[in-house]
Design a protein around this ligand. Structure first.
Ligand SMILES: *[C@@H]1O[C@H](CO)[C@@H](O)[C@H](O)[C@H]1NC(C)=O
Ligand SMILES: *[C@@H]1O[C@H](CO)[C@@H](O)[C@H](O)[C@H]1NC(C)=O
Ligand SMILES: *[C@@H]1O[C@H](CO)[C@@H](O)[C@H](O)[C@H]1NC(C)=O
Ligand SMILES: *[C@@H]1O[C@H](CO)[C@@H](O)[C@H](O)[C@H]1NC(C)=O
Length: 964
């Protein structure tokens, strides 16, 4: 045997030669080596290999006859007998099943196949491996039952079957594996109960069945396991109570019962009987009673999970828990709702490893103690929501500089949101919703550049959205709903460089139009701007937000038709446009929105036929009431049958014909030829004659026109107007400059008078722009051209610069004649006239906007303060809404104070001094600003202005009536 036989082996056997050299080289004394190739092992391993269907790392390529079995990758042989004692193929990306021939590797001590993709059953033949000590099949896809005859492996110390798909029950026979120390089945689908026989495994250190479907109760026999250190049965369906003897297992370090249906109290001496405990979870069970005072004695505790039980009463001092890092007790009934409920927090100031503190959904009352100033900066999550915590947020919160989540939502907190929150620059989640916070949103929130979620909804916050918030680029979920926030959405929010998925600004006092840029919010899935004071058209660009699932614009002053671009929002599940002034037909394309579950178009001015397919079939999913001119639809809507009218033809030829017929009737044919000749100037008299026939309540009547040569020999042209007893608006707005006297009270226009006149002027313009046979541009709208009759009704006069327009295309107007070189008055003329653009109705809207701003600020656009690029438009825009009070014509404010001091009649005070007027002013200024934007195309349409102003007035008068 031995060396001799070895050396006499045929040289042709490269294997022997190789082994011999290797062994000599290793300096080993070779005595028992030769003849060691046990054929059984070789064959068994080849059978194992044969069941491997995929081996991307080529682990098994060494498993061939050219080398000795003991040198095959993953194989270790016993030194003396050259039998396979270890097969370790962990993390080899192997796919296949485990061959039953594994049972022939009879010297095997360790079988390690973890982190592969072995599937099908665990072969029962493993039970033949008497010498097996360690069996790790962790993290494969093994299924079916655990073979009971594994109990044949009587030397087993370590079983890890975790992360597989095993089902059936835990075989009771495994309770005979008396040497077993480590037993884990975590993450399988095991059913049945924990066999009491395991109580016999006196060496057991670890027992884990986490994440299975085990029922029944924990066997009392487990109380005998004096070495048990880790007992982990969380995420099953265990019930009953914990056998008291288990709480006496002083060896326990990790005790996890989380997410079962276990009942009972925590024993009062738990902190004494479990002195080594580091991890204790009873989360999501049915424990009742208090958290025992002794818990603080378990000073090794790092993790305490008490969430989701029925624990109640005071939380005891935790002052000895210096090592605790994770303490969660949400969803209990802890606290008495009283003043000192949160004093236990101060006992945690020496817990310098604390990262997570969750006490949400309890009954905690009282104030947040100031000691949070001394909390460890390691704190990452501080979750307090849904309690009854009152008082202010202590400014010490600013010390917790590593906080990533701060949730105080749904408490009774009040005061200002402390500026110091801005120091928490790692914050990703901030929820202060449903409290009583007031004051402004602190601009320091702009420092929270990691913020992803920000909920400030349901408070009493006021002012506008701080522009600094634009630095929070990562915010994807923002809710500011249900506050008293104001200002425009355009500049304050949409301009932010973020791309939210959810944006809720509902139930505030935002005003202005929704800007085109809303279309840049490409990730938007949820948008709610309901219950504000927004106006203008439905922004066409919203059609670019193709991920939208919920769009709510309810209760605003929006108007106009639903644009066809909306057709791209095919993912919409909810579309609520109710309580606005939308008009036109209900788009038929909504029929094809297959996800639409609720379509609310109620209380608008929609007309025409209601479609009958898609969502319209479902009369509980479609709400259309409050639109008086709808017809058709499903019979249950009970609407009249549609009568089809011929669509109106709005052709150029038609309107030209009309002009021709009007003018020729008046003036004869020459003029008509001139008019038709493009670019030809019309005679002054012709224009005047036409104007003479234009009649409107808010236009000054033109009696006649004359033209001639004056006494100095100059041509003169004149219009003869109706006389107005109260002079012009300019005199009323600027009484000081007119008379150089102290303004008399009687000379002032009050708020309502100004609003009425503003509406009169808008009516007149609307008539000129939209209701004459051909649009007329006034070209010189300004206060001195607004005359007031004895009832203070406004009449627009001085048509000296008026232009007839023809409708060149359907939406594009240009002037036809340019008989006058002069284009309005400095300050009121739109910027585009200055650069030679043709006059247009948009130019009049600009002048109107300036006039409106002048009427309510009392400042002329030519005031001395407007220089160096500041103009009236920017002046108002910059002040809206917070500084608004500083720009309102002081006479309006005097009027308020005067009324308030003069009378004790509370309802008059309410009328004049009420926030209602301030709201109206914000809206009016919003309109003025929207009319006087630089770009002509972005200005409001005068019809919309009329509609808005009417609404504002109606709303104001309605409020007054209600108060009376
Ligand atoms: C291999 O070992 C087994 C078990 O000890 C034994 O029965 C068998 O005879 C051995 N075979 C060879 C070829 O050595
Ligand atoms: C399971 O094994 C795979 C490799 O097969 C590995 O990527 C994964 O992280 C492992 N999972 C666990 C929970 O250990
Ligand atoms: C924190 O530790 C200091 C020093 O040991 C001690 O004086 C203080 O009382 C401890 N505070 C708490 C709340 O346990
Ligand atoms: C913070 O701790 C220091 C030292 O223990 C103490 O003097 C101070 O009062 C504490 N501050 C608060 C706000 O509790």
């Amino acid at each position: 045997m031995g060396l001799y036989n070895m050396s006499s082996a045929p040289l042709s056997s490269s294997f022997y030669m190789h082994a011999f050299i290797l062994l000599l080289w290793c300096g080993l004394l070779v005595t028992f080596v030769v003849g060691g190739n046990n054929e059984t092992d070789r064959l068994a391993l080849l059978e194992l290999k044969a069941k491997i269907t995929d081996d991307p790392l080529q682990v098994m390529s060494s498993w061939n006859d050219s080398i000795h079995v003991c040198q095959w990758r993953g194989v270790t042989c016993g030194r003396r007998h050259q039998r396979v004692v270890v097969l370790d193929l962990q993390s080899s990306k192997l796919v296949g099943s485990i061959s039953p021939h594994v049972g022939n590797l009879s010297f095997l001590k360790n079988l390690i196949l973890s982190n592969n993709s072995f599937q099908n059953e665990i072969p029962p033949e493993i039970g033949y491996l008497r010498r097996l000590q360690s069996l790790s099949l962790y993290n494969n896809t093994l299924s079916r039952k655990i073979p009971g005859n594994i109990s044949g492996c009587t030397n087993l110390k370590y079983i890890h079957f975790g992360h597989n798909l095993l089902d059936g029950e835990i075989p009771t026979t495994l309770g005979t594996l008396s040497k077993l120390q480590f037993f884990s089945f975590r993450k399988n689908n095991l059913i049945g109960s924990i066999p009491p026989s395991f109580g016999n495994l006196s060496s057991l250190v670890l027992f884990s069945t986490l994440y299975n479907n085990l029922g029944g109760s924990i066997p009392t026999s487990f109380g005998q396991l004096r070495k048990l250190t880790i007992f982990n049965v969380g995420e099953n369906r265990l019930s009953g109570i914990i056998p008291p003897s288990i709480f006496n297992l002083s060896s326990l370090k990790e005790f996890d019962l989380g997410t079962n249906q276990i009942q009972g109290h925590l024993p009062s001496d738990i902190g004494i009987t479990l002195p080594n405990i580091e991890f204790l979870s009873i989360a999501f069970n049915q424990f009742i009673g208090p958290i025992p005072i002794s818990i603080s004695n378990a000073s090794n505790l790092k993790v305490l999970e008490f969430t989701g039980n029925k624990l109640r009463g005071r939380v005891p001092s935790l002052e000895k828990l210096h090592r605790v890092s994770f303490f969660v007790m949400a969803l209990n009934e802890l606290g008495n709702g009283g003043a000192n409920d949160l004093s236990f927090l101060c006992s945690l100031t020496n817990a310098t490893y604390l990262t997570t503190l969750e006490i949400n959904f309890n009954n905690f009352g009282g104030e947040l103690p100031k000691c949070i100033f001394n909390f460890t900066t390691t704190l990452i999550k501080f979750i307090l929501n849904n309690n009854k915590i009152s008082g202010n947020i202590p400014i010490g919160i600013g010390n917790l500089t590593n906080l990533e989540s701060l949730d105080m939502g749904n408490n009774k907190l009040s005061g200002h949101i402390p500026f110091e929150i801005g120091k928490l620059h790692k914050l990703q989640y901030l929820d202060l919703s449903a409290n009583n916070f007031f004051g402004n949103i602190p601009s320091s929130l702009g420092n929270l550049t990691s913020l992803i979620t920000l909920y400030l909804d349901d408070n009493n916050l006021q002012g506008s959205i701080p522009l600094s918030l634009g630095k929070c680029e990562n915010v994807i979920d923002l809710s500011l709903a249900k506050n008293n926030l104001n200002g425009t959405i355009s500049y304050q929010v949409i301009g932010l460089s973020f791309s939210p998925i959810s944006l809720d600004l509902s139930a505030n006092k935002f005003t202005g139009v929704l800007p085109t840029e809303v279309g840049n919010l490409k990730n938007l899935e949820y948008l709610d701007i309901s219950e504000n004071m927004l106006f203008g058209n439905f922004p066409t660009s919203l059609g670019s937000c193709v991920k939208l699932e919920s769009l709510a614009m309810r209760s605003n002053f929006f108007q106009g038709v639903i644009p066809s671009s909306l057709e791209s929002l095919r993912g919409l599940q909810l579309l609520d446009l109710s309580k606005n002034n939308f008009s036109g037909n209900i788009p038929k394309f909504l029929e094809s929105f297959i996800f639409l579950e609720l379509l609310n178009l109620s209380y608008n001015n929609f007309d025409g036929e209601v479609p009958t397919n898609g969502v319209f079939k479902n009369i509980s999913a479609t709400v259309i009431k409050g639109n008086s001119n709808l017809c058709g639809g499903m019979p249950k809507f009970d609407l009249p049958i549609c009568k089809y009218n011929r669509p109106k033809k709005r052709k150029l030829t038609l309107s030209l014909k009309l002009i021709i017929s009007i003018l020729s009737g008046l003036l004869g044919v020459t003029l008509v030829l001139n008019l038709l000749h493009h670019g030809a100037s019309k005679s002054f008299i012709a224009e005047c004659e036409a104007l003479r026939n234009i009649r409107h309540r808010n236009l000054v009547k033109v009696f006649t026109a004359c033209s001639g040569v004056d006494y100095q020999g100059h041509d003169f042209k004149a219009l003869v107007y109706e006389f107005m007893t109260n002079g012009n608006l300019d005199e009323w707005l600027h009484p000081i400059s007119r008379t150089n006297e102290v303004p008399e009270v009687q000379m002032n226009l009050n708020f309502l008078q100004r609003l009425n006149i503003a509406i009169d002027v808008a009516n007149a313009l609307e008539y000129l722009h939209h209701h004459c046979h051909t649009p007329i541009v006034h070209c010189d709208l300004k206060p001195s051209n607004v005359l007031l009759d004895d009832e203070m009704i406004g009449h627009v006069g001085d048509f000296g610069l008026a232009r007839f327009l023809r409708e060149a295309t359907q939406e594009h107007f240009t002037n036809q004649s340019s008989s006058f070189g002069l284009r309005g008055t400095i300050g009121y003329a739109p910027p585009e006239y200055g650069i030679g653009n043709e006059v247009s109705i948009n130019g009049d809207v600009y002048s109107y906007g300036i006039l409106l701003l002048e009427m309510f600020t009392g400042k002329r656009p030519t005031n001395n303060i407007f220089k160096d690029n500041l103009n009236l438009h920017d002046f108002v825009k910059g002040a809206l809404p917070e500084q608004m009070i500083n720009i309102v014509d002081p006479i309006i404010l005097w009027e308020r104070e005067d009324m308030e001091t003069r009378t004790n009649d509370t309802h008059i005070q309410n009328q004049v001094g009420s926030p209602k007027i301030l709201e109206c002013l914000i809206l009016i200024f919003g309109i003025g600003v929207s009319c006087s934007v630089e770009s002509p195309r972005e200005r409001m349409n005068i019809s919309d202005v009329v509609a808005q102003l009417h609404l504002i007035r109606d709303n104001l008068l309605r409020t007054r009536r209600r108060q009376e």
